[in-house]
Design a protein around this ligand. Structure first.
Ligand SMILES: [Zn+2]
Length: 300
């Protein structure tokens, strides 16, 4: 069942379609009287920008409302419960497919960022497609993939434990609509959506690196000095601090839990990812020195 993106109350339909599919009317939420989901009319670019800006509504739209059947204003039309059940199963399969379809390109983007970070100052007059480079990119790809899977498995396992404990101690006597609609496939999807913010910023840092030999940009402002490349590893901060915060934000939307619980879940994911990084860093880096660099970049 779809939900209102403002107050998370379950609604029967998000919009009504009239004679032509271009003629539609957005439904109002019966609880808060706002439009249940205005993202229905928005294009992919707007959704992407709002995902990067960490807007709660777009998460709710993509996780719970995407693909919801509209009300059709044809006289005599009834909703078959079996059809709704089929749709729910199909929705679940669709989500796992989206995880794979969306996760693949994001991993490739992460591989590019990671490889550029570990191999800076590549000569521009030499073709990057040498055997050694391709080998290094492949190792980075395997390393990033297993780390990502370890993080997702760690978070999934921690989510399962936290939900079990919450149910056992009965801390949630009234189950909210968002919790009733919860499926475990939403977790990896949320983590992928929330990783967009950090990947977007890391990509910008990768393509806008200062050229070698150029003087470092100095500022008298203390805040900017904090983010000076000499003072702090900006990419590490974006990857781990911002990445952790945005993942926690995403999990709060989907689990409807106190931030303390989502922080514990993210830490569990980090522990799993760190354990995997320790295992693969030497191989993925290529040698001992690069392995150390890989590990320093990976672990929180
Ligand atoms: Zn509402």
């Amino acid at each position: 069942m779809p939900i209102c993106i403002t107050c998370t109350t379950a609604v029967d339909f998000l919009y009504t379609v009239y004679e032509s599919s271009y003629n539609l009317r957005l439904e109002q939420c019966t609880n808060c009287a706002k439009i249940a989901d205005f993202y229905v009319e928005h294009d992919a670019l707007t959704l992407l920008i709002d995902l990067i800006l960490l807007k709660r509504g777009v998460y709710r739209h993509l996780l719970y409302n995407r693909g919801a059947e509209p009300r059709r204003s044809v006289s005599g039309a009834t909703v078959d419960p079996a059809a709704v059940r089929r749709t729910a199963t199909e929705k679940e399969q669709m989500r796992w497919l989206t995880v794979l379809r969306f996760g693949g390109p994001l991993i490739f983007l992460d591989v590019f960022i990671r490889w550029s970070h570990l191999n800076p100052n590549q000569p521009s007059n030499v073709s990057p497609w040498t055997r050694e480079t391709l080998n290094a990119i492949f190792r980075t790809f395997v390393g990033v993939t297993v780390e990502t899977i370890a993080f997702h498995v760690g978070v999934l396992f921690a989510c399962y434990l936290v939900l079990e404990i919450a149910d056992r101690i009965g801390s949630r006597p009234t189950m909210s609509d968002i919790r009733r609609e919860f499926r475990f496939s939403l977790i990896p999807l949320t983590l992928l959506y929330s990783s967009l913010t950090k990947l977007f910023l890391l990509f910008l840092l990768t393509i806008w690196q200062p050229s070698p030999g150029s003087p470092p940009l100095r500022s008298n402002l203390y805040v900017f000095q904090l983010f000076d490349a000499d003072e702090i590893d900006r990419e590490w901060v974006v990857r781990n601090v911002l990445g952790g915060m945005s993942a926690g934000f995403g999990l709060r939307v989907v689990l409807d839990f106190h931030p303390l619980f989502t922080t514990v879940i993210i830490i569990a994911g980090w522990v799993a990812k760190t354990a995997m990084s320790q295992l693969v860093s030497h191989w993925a880096g290529g040698d001992e020195q690069m392995g150390e660099a890989w590990l320093a970049y990976s672990i929180p």
